[in-house]
Design a protein around this ligand. Structure first.
Ligand code: AMP
Length: 541
């Protein structure tokens, strides 16, 4: 017997429609890449998204067509999320920090028909266009006054001209909730990038899921500023969760440096933010240097890479900002787990609760997880046994977009994350490593993440990475690579001594190398594949 409730398909456009109706005067503030600030309301954003939808239809964009973006966090990018998906087309956000060859591969693989880009990327798209034949029209996300005097870009026009020609008297159509709405390619640090094609259903459910109090906890009283780019897994879903909850949204544009971010946090009264550890490590240094304090920011989500406990401690003790550690992947929309305490943890000491909150955390409803051994059998949740982390749920990828090879599913339909983890009896998952990064010494595993977390707790360390290097006796041993804080000194011996008594003897790194900077991926994570190349041939006695 079927239930007797209304069969209303879950659609992304209903989120902006809701915000426009019930939070009509709540603001979206964004820094324009071409200069100056832009400020309007959810009602305006809905109207302009509808103008965009009409313009896209006039250009012949059809259901399922891919519309690419090379853009920062701005109000126009926000409108593309809704305008493109709202007509049943696919908003394909592209990470402009990837290598040009990867960009070309991605645009051609997706067969983007239109490509919207910020002024910042004009020189880049002029190089890409000749080798991206599927793109019929390149749209500059600015007013016509910013169009170049001469350009060979096919169909080049300005975003504002496209919108100005439309009235916005449009009704979002209804369609199957399993229709694709957005596309995001994995960073492809080891293989070619792979496309993850989200559906309206998965996106709306994810937006609900991340809003929960023990997930990212979004509310109409919040001012949310995603520092994570809108091309990095849809800014972790915040451009959907903010209007769903009626929160004010602040979009920082191209200015992701600490000074620009701090200015926006303060002038716009931001209460809640999100970004990868690198951003917060840099911001911490900036705050310390100027003895600055936040007036309104009270919490931030840190994920995308392991958040060092020392960073959490510093933010809380020095800046009065709570860091909420979260884990996820492009393939999981991205939120999978968050490390929030349970009621039973109320009496714990700060150190004990930090021990729990530094883990990657508990499964958010909508994502189930388990760890399995090499034989595929589930391992116990004892906080000790570690194995491959598998996940399952309505916002987890089933298959990659247009790949001949099957996805990463097990025979019984779980997604292999490629992460190695433990799960404790309370359900807190703890990642020990990416399976490709684990160090195996004399047959025993060493967690590079734990060693890195410890290294950055040293006052002279700005950033650290640990990789395995060949050892004749142990097959592999950990090498620590350190970036010192400006003006701070620490010797190799002091650094190695720092690990003594803090980790098992055989975990202590064998050597340390100091570098001026570490290689990062396009999403700001440490690029271990490059580091391993940089230290190829390095071996320890
Ligand atoms: P991406 O799809 O590029 O966002 O990368 C996803 C991968 O980032 C995961 O499989 C993890 O290896 C890593 N990752 C994300 N969040 C965390 C976290 N909180 N701690 C450790 N690793 C993380």
């Amino acid at each position: 017997m079927l239930g007797l409730m209304m069969a209303e398909p879950l659609r992304v456009a209903t989120i902006i429609e809701h915000a426009a109706k019930w939070h009509s005067d709540t603001e979206i503030v964004s820094r324009r890449p071409e200069g100056g600030m832009h400020r309007y309301t959810y009602a305006d954003a809905n109207h302009r998204s509808k103008q965009l939808a009409q313009a896209l239809l006039k250009l012949g964009v059809e259901n399922g067509d891919r519309v690419g973006t090379l853009a920062w966090n701005t109000h126009r990018h926000f409108e593309l999320y809704y305008g493109v998906a709202g007509i049943g087309a696919v908003c394909h956000t592209i990470n402009p920090r990837l290598f040009p060859e990867q960009l070309v591969f991605i645009i051609n693989h997706a067969e983007d028909r239109l490509l919207f880009f910020d002024l910042t990327f004009l020189p880049l798209v002029e190089r890409l266009a000749p080798v991206c034949p599927t793109v019929e029209k390149w749209v500059l996300m600015a007013g016509p006054e910013h169009l170049p005097a001469a350009s060979d870009l096919p169909g080049l026009c300005s975003y504002e001209d496209l919108l100005a020609a439309e009235l916005g008297d449009y009704q979002w159509p209804s369609f199957d909730e399993n229709t694709a709405c957005s596309l995001c390619y994995t960073s492809g640090t080891t293989d070619q990038p792979k496309g993850v094609l989200y559906s309206h259903r998965s996106t709306v459910l994810h937006a609900f899921g991340i809003s929960l109090p023990d997930a990212l906890s979004c509310s109409a009283s919040d001012v949310i500023m995603p520092v994570v780019p809108m091309f990095h897994v849809n800014a972790w879903g915040l451009p959907y969760a903010a209007p769903l909850n009626g929160a004010k949204l602040v979009l920082p544009g191209a200015g992701m440096d600490s000074a620009s971010l701090f200015e926006l946090f303060e002038t716009e009264g931001v209460t809640f933010s999100a970004g990868v550890p690198t951003i917060w490590l840099a911001l911490l240094q900036f705050m310390r240097e100027g003895q600055r304090r936040f007036t309104t920011l009270n919490r931030t989500v840190v994920g995308g890479a392991a958040c060092p406990p020392a960073l959490m401690k510093a933010f809380e003790e020095e800046l009065n900002v709570t860091i909420m550690h979260a884990w996820g992947m492009t393939e999981t929309s991205p939120l999978g787990t968050t490390a929030r305490l349970k009621g039973k943890h109320a009496g714990l000491s700060p150190a004990e609760s930090l021990g729990i909150r530094a883990k990657q955390g508990r499964a958010v409803f909508g994502v189930d997880m388990k760890i399995v051994g090499d034989d595929g059998h589930a391992l116990p949740h004892d906080g000790v046994a570690f194995g491959d982390l598998l996940v399952h749920g309505p916002w987890v990828v089933r298959d990659y977009f247009r790949t001949a090879t099957p996805g990463e599913l097990t025979a019984d339909g779980w997604f292999r994350t490629g992460d190695v983890a433990t799960i404790d009896p309370d359900g807190y998952m703890h990642i020990t490593d990416r399976s490709k990064d684990v160090i195996k010494s004399g047959g025993e595993w060493i967690s590079s993440i734990e060693l890195e977390n410890l290294a950055v707790a040293h006052p002279a360390v700005a950033e650290a990475a640990v990789i395995g290097v060949p050892s004749a006796k142990w097959s592999e041993r950990p090498l620590l690579v350190v970036v010192r804080r400006p003006g701070m000194e620490v010797s190799a011996d002091e650094m190695l001594n720092f690990f003594r008594g803090r980790v098992a003897k055989f975990w202590e790194p064998d050597a340390v190398e100091f570098v001026n900077q570490l290689p990062h991926t396009a999403t700001g994570k440490i690029l271990k594949t490059q580091l391993r190349k940089d230290f190829a041939g390095y071996s320890v006695a």
